[in-house]
Every structure is written in structure tokens, then in C-alpha cells.
Write a protein that binds this ligand. Structure first.
Ligand code: SF4
Ligand code: SF4
Length: 453
């Protein structure tokens, strides 16, 4: 690329000559794209906080209850038995991200990634408020520890700690639900001491990331950022510098770039977009706004840095759709349709009956017996009275629990003994068939084995 400064590849921009951390003092962005991103970010933050409190048929909108192996997505409950459906959903999501990245680059990073939203729209905004814009912050950091500096640093870090703790609590609600969270915070700490320690640890990690580690998550840790090299092509739309129009750069040169370096000053990862697509660019659009301000002040058209593909900059307009993203779309459509099909057709009552591990048969006067564990998941929104019968033999069932009524969207687990007359058992392993009835109507059957002598 003409005008490219190749020394940028020599070392990461946020490391100094001795390999130490070079702090990025990003200027506060202003402009059309910053305003749009702010709206999207605050809507997403509101969604994040509201989700545990929004109810559909009494269930939270989203719940990731790993301990009970129960997931709720938009009010629909998925149990461990639905792992296949969840795997399809995850696969659809991954493909969607890939397709989206191929076509629209790192739109996810700049607009919706929680790391970017929390860092740019929450923590950095507080920093701007308490310590001022980049020049004031640089001056403050390089100044001796006066009362003013101690006050500002204490205030900023205290707010950061409070927000990190609030974030941890919001995320916890996504995992245990707002009701259980509310109950837990009213109970003595000693009742949940290990959970309390985990909360402190997670809050400390959040605080450390947003106070100190910051953009290094995107430039050094995030695997999605590393995938860009294989996902992006010359037709991918991303934040790009129009080198055809901008070069040769300089205050008095022919190109439109006056080399003011204002685009660098706002970059939260500290890079120069004029060097072309870089792993560190999170497509935050701050440099678009800043360059547009510069173009306006020198009387030139905006858009020297803009959303564009390499192909469109090099040779005029190009189509967004190409063979690669068409192929991804077809695969995505097939997997997503299959997911919808399995979701719609999944059984509303799901039964698992397994012989209790470690136990063999018992012998009575005229019968043999086996002990079984039964688990029934009720995925409907109704309370269902159930009854278990053996269909294949003239057997008798003795349940450990007398009542088999299952509440809506919940699970029934129990043990029972199956007695089968001796004359019906002719081998050491006999197939048995159970029927699950509700109000005398057969709703499900289940086959398993019965061990005998
Ligand atoms: S802000 Fe625009 S004009 Fe200034 S250096 Fe960056 S690209 Fe060039
Ligand atoms: S180069 Fe521009 S879009 Fe990329 S991270 Fe820096 S400011 Fe954001």
C-alpha cells in the first residue's frame, strides 16, 4: 500500500522499546459514529441488566443454570436431554458469526462485544469524567502524588470497583436467576462463603481488566481477533483508510491526508489505520469520526476513513456477496432450519429409566425384582399427573414416591422396584417396556432391560 509505514509490524504498539507496557491515552471520540455506537451500547447494557428480570410464562428470558443443567432461552427451557438442540443452536451461532465476519468484518468487536462496550462506554467514560481527556490524564499520570491526584485516582478506582461488583452480580443473575440472587444476598455470608469468595475473585478480575489490562484483551487474548486473518478478504467491509484518495500524505501533498495523526490520537488500541487492516483494529469507528472532523476543517469531503472494502477502495464499487459468503449462508440456513425442526418436534415429556447402578436382581417367592431410577422432564406449561405401568410383562411396580404429579417445566426423579413373575423371565437379560400414562392416556413408552438369574 502506498505510504505504508512498515515499522508498525516490528512490535506491538502498546509495548515500549524495553518490552514494557506502553499506556494508550486515547482521546475522547466525538461525532456521528460515536453517538450511534453509544445508543447501541446503552441499549445492549440495558438488555444485559433487564434479562434476568424479564419473564415469559414465569421463566426468565435467558437463564444459564449450569448446576441444574437447565437452560432457558427466550422463555423456552432446555434440559440436559436437549444438548443436541443446544449444540445445533451453538453451531448456528458460530456460523452466523463467521458469515457476518466474512461480510461485515469486525462489526461485532466495535459495536456489540461486551469488552468494547464496558471499556469504551462505561469505564473510559468515567475516566474522562474524573480525570479529563487524554492530555489531562497524561499530565496527571506523570505528575507527583499531590492531594488532587490522590483524590482523583481514589475516586476513579472506587467507582471502577463498584461497577466491577455490580457487573459480577448481573452476570450471576444470568446463571442463577434474579429470585435466587435476591434470596442469597439477604442471607448471611457464612451460608455461601465459597460463592462469596468466587464473587470477590470475579469482581477483582473485572476490575483488573478494565483498570489495567484493557485493550490487551483484544490485541493479545481474544481468539476471535486472531481469526480475522482467515475470515477477512478483499471484499469484506471494515473501517478502512482510502489510500487512493489520501496518498501521498502530508500538509502540502497531493493526497487528502494532511498527516495530522488525529486518527491515531483517538484509537483505543493505539494503532495507525493508515497502515491497513491490522489485528489490533477493533473497528470502533473513532478514527472515522476524527478524520471527518479534520476533513471538515480543511474543507474536504468526509469519508477518507470509512466503512469500505479493500476492493472498493482499489477499484471502485464491489459486490458485498461472493461465493464464500453465499456458501456459508446455505450451510447456516440448513443448520438453523434443522434446529427449528428439532425444537418444534421435541417431545414435551421426556423419560429416562435406568437400572440402579451396582444392583443385581433380587429373588422373592414367585417373582424376581430389579430396582430402577426414573427421571421425567415435563417441558409443558401444565402440571401433569403421571402413572407408570409395565406393558411388556405381567409385572408390578412399587414406586418410592407415592405422587407422580410433575409441576410445569420441572423434573421428577425417583426410584422404583419392578417385580416380574419368575415364569416370565427366561434369560439373564430380558427386555421390558414401560408406559407413562396421564389420566389413563399413554403419552410415552420406554424400553430398558431386566436382569435375572
Ligand atoms: S485524521 Fe485523516 S487526515 Fe489526519 S492523519 Fe488521519 S487519515 Fe490523515
Ligand atoms: S484503527 Fe480506528 S476503528 Fe480501528 S480500533 Fe483504532 S480507532 Fe478504532
Amino acid at each position: 500500500m502506498p505510504g505504508q509505514h512498515l515499522t508498525f509490524r516490528d512490535k506491538p504498539i502498546n509495548l515500549n522499546e524495553r518490552g514494557g507496557r506502553k499506556w494508550v491515552y486515547a482521546k475522547k471520540p466525538t461525532g456521528k459514529w460515536w453517538a450511534r455506537r453509544s445508543i447501541v451500547a446503552y441499549l445492549l447494557l440495558a438488555f444485559l441488566v433487564a434479562v434476568p428480570f424479564i419473564r415469559i410464562n414465569g421463566n426468565p428470558l435467558i437463564l444459564i443454570d449450569i448446576a441444574s443443567r437447565k437452560f432457558i432461552i427466550f422463555g423456552a427451557i432446555f434440559w440436559a436431554q436437549d444438548t443436541f438442540i443446544l449444540a445445533l443452536l451453538m453451531l448456528s451461532f458460530v456460523l452466523f458469526v463467521v458469515l457476518f465476519t466474512v461480510t461485515f468484518g469486525r462489526l461485532w468487536c466495535g459495536w456489540t462485544c461486551p469488552q468494547t462496550i464496558f471499556l469504551e462506554m462505561v469505564f473510559r467514560r468515567i475516566e474522562y469524567l474524573v480525570e479529563g481527556d487524554y492530555r489531562e490524564r497524561l499530565k496527571l499520570d506523570n505528575s507527583p502524588w499531590t492531594a488532587n491526584k490522590i483524590f482523583k485516582k481514589t475516586l476513579k478506582h472506587s467507582i471502577f470497583i463498584l461497577i466491577a461488583m455490580a457487573m459480577t452480580n448481573v452476570f450471576l443473575m444470568w446463571f442463577i436467576g434474579s429470585d435466587r440472587w435476591l434470596t442469597r444476598i439477604q442471607e448471611p455470608v457464612r451460608d455461601h462463603f465459597s460463592g462469596f469468595l468466587a464473587m470477590i475473585l470475579v469482581s477483582a478480575v473485572f476490575y483488573w481488566i478494565y483498570s489495567f489490562f484493557r485493550e490487551q484483551i483484544c490485541t493479545m487474548v481474544c481468539p476471535y481477533g486472531r481469526m480475522q486473518g482467515v475470515l477477512l478478504d478483499s471484499k469484506t467491509i471494515m473501517v478502512a483508510y482510502d489510500y487512493v484518495r489520501g496518498e501521498p500524505r502530508g500538509p502540502k501533498s497531493k493526497g487528502d491526508c494532511i498527516d495530522c495523526k488525529q486518527c491515531l490520537s483517538v484509537c483505543p488500541t493505539g494503532i495507525d489505520i493508515r497502515n491497513g487492516t491490522q489485528l489490533e483494529c477493533v473497528n470502533c469507528t473513532a478514527c472515522i469520526d476524527q478524520c471527518n472532523h479534520v476533513m471538515k476543517s480543511v474543507g474536504k469531503a468526509p469519508g477518507l476513513i470509512r466503512y469500505a472494502s479493500e476492493a472498493s477502495i482499489k477499484g471502485g464499487h464491489s459486490k458485498v456477496w461472493n461465493a464464500r459468503n453465499r456458501a456459508y449462508s446455505v450451510v447456516l440456513l440448513i443448520i438453523f432450519s434443522f434446529f427449528i425442526y428439532t425444537l418444534v418436534t421435541r417431545p414435551e415429556i421426556e423419560t429416562t429409566i435406568l437400572r440402579t447402578p451396582g444392583l443385581i436382581y433380587q429373588e422373592q417367592d414367585s417373582t424376581f425384582s430389579n430396582v430402577y431410577n426414573i427421571k421425567i422432564v415435563n417441558k409443558t406449561h401444565d402440571e401433569i399427573p403421571l402413572e407408570l405401568r409395565v406393558l411388556s410383562h405381567n409385572g408390578k411396580i412399587q414406586m418410592a414416591s407415592s405422587d407422580m404429579t410433575i409441576m410445569d417445566q420441572s423434573k421428577f426423579e425417583s426410584t422404583f422396584i419392578l417385580y416380574i413373575p419368575k415364569n416370565e423371565i427366561r434369560s439373564d437379560k430380558t427386555g421390558v417396556k414401560f408406559g407413562i400414562f396421564s389420566e389413563n392416556k399413554l403419552i410415552e413408552t420406554y424400553q430398558t432391560t431386566f436382569v435375572g438369574p
